[in-house]
Design a protein around this ligand. Structure first.
Ligand code: BG6
Length: 233
């Protein structure tokens, strides 16, 4: 088994801009030339797309929450309005997702299946959040404990695999090797930077949910908690 054969399955997915340089499927160096852009050289694994996942997750929460608000309108004209709103919001949702997906594929940082997977993974995460009331009612202390657990688990997992000579950061050297311009390598895109940013977002959610401003705005407007977090300035 090649050295990275296992890790590519744990944190998996080649990105087109390096895959096309390394694959053996094109005979006699006839591999296509993929143009790179200043935002092409992401250093993490490609599957699923983080941008597609983040975008579909946030927009899914906003659209479903807005629709659950309009569904309370009872009279007949309101039903028509609700249908129009439904069509408009879901059309916007898919236009945004398709635009994100096409742009990620266009800049050669993703294969099509990776962005499609990202969109559906984002919707799944949003559904899981909406159907797990504990996420929306947990105390700040619980959020801090969860953050610590996730950080220690990720670090422990990384170090344990390192001892077994499996490198979870296998994608970083590939990005450095095949990026057309070293200035386009952004260290913020490494898996550990992403982990710290995501833990920061989770901590921010805990802070927000437990803030006085959130509690009063959520009650006053009778909004779904997650939607309220997004619209509260
Ligand atoms: O997988 P993509 O679409 O290239 O997105 C990668 C990005 O995904 C985000 O979720 C991470 O927070 C970033 O650190 C990372 O750069």
């Amino acid at each position: 088994m090649p050295k990275n054969g296992g890790t590519e399955r744990i944190l998996f997915g080649h990105r087109p801009y390096w895959w096309v340089q390394e694959t053996m499927i094109y005979p006699n160096q006839s591999s296509p030339c993929l143009e790179q852009f200043p935002i092409t050289c992401e250093t993490g694994p490609g599957s699923p797309s983080g941008h597609a996942m983040g975008s579909s997750c946030v927009w899914y929460v906003m659209v479903t929450a807005a629709l659950s608000y309009t569904v309370r309108w009872k009279d007949k004209s309101a039903v028509t309005l609700h249908r129009l709103t439904w069509s408009f919001l879901w059309s916007m949702f898919w236009i945004i997702q398709i635009s994100v997906c096409i742009s990620r594929v266009f800049i050669a940082t993703h294969f099509p299946h990776q962005v499609v997977l990202g969109v559906f993974a984002g919707i799944l995460v949003a559904e899981a959040f909406e159907h797990t009331p504990a996420i929306q009612t947990a105390s700040l202390r619980m959020y801090i404990k969860t953050n610590l657990f996730l950080f220690i688990f990720a670090l422990g997992f990384y170090l344990s695999l390192k001892l077994l000579d499996i490198d979870l950061l296998w994608s970083v050297p590939k990005a450095k090797k095949w990026c057309a311009n070293p200035d386009w390598i952004n260290i913020d895109t490494t898996p550990f930077a992403g982990l710290v940013r995501n833990l920061g977002a989770l901590f921010g959610l805990g802070l927000g949910i437990n803030s006085e401003m959130f509690i009063t705005s959520c009650k006053a407007a009778d909004l779904k908690p997650l939607f309220s977090i997004i619209v509260t300035p």
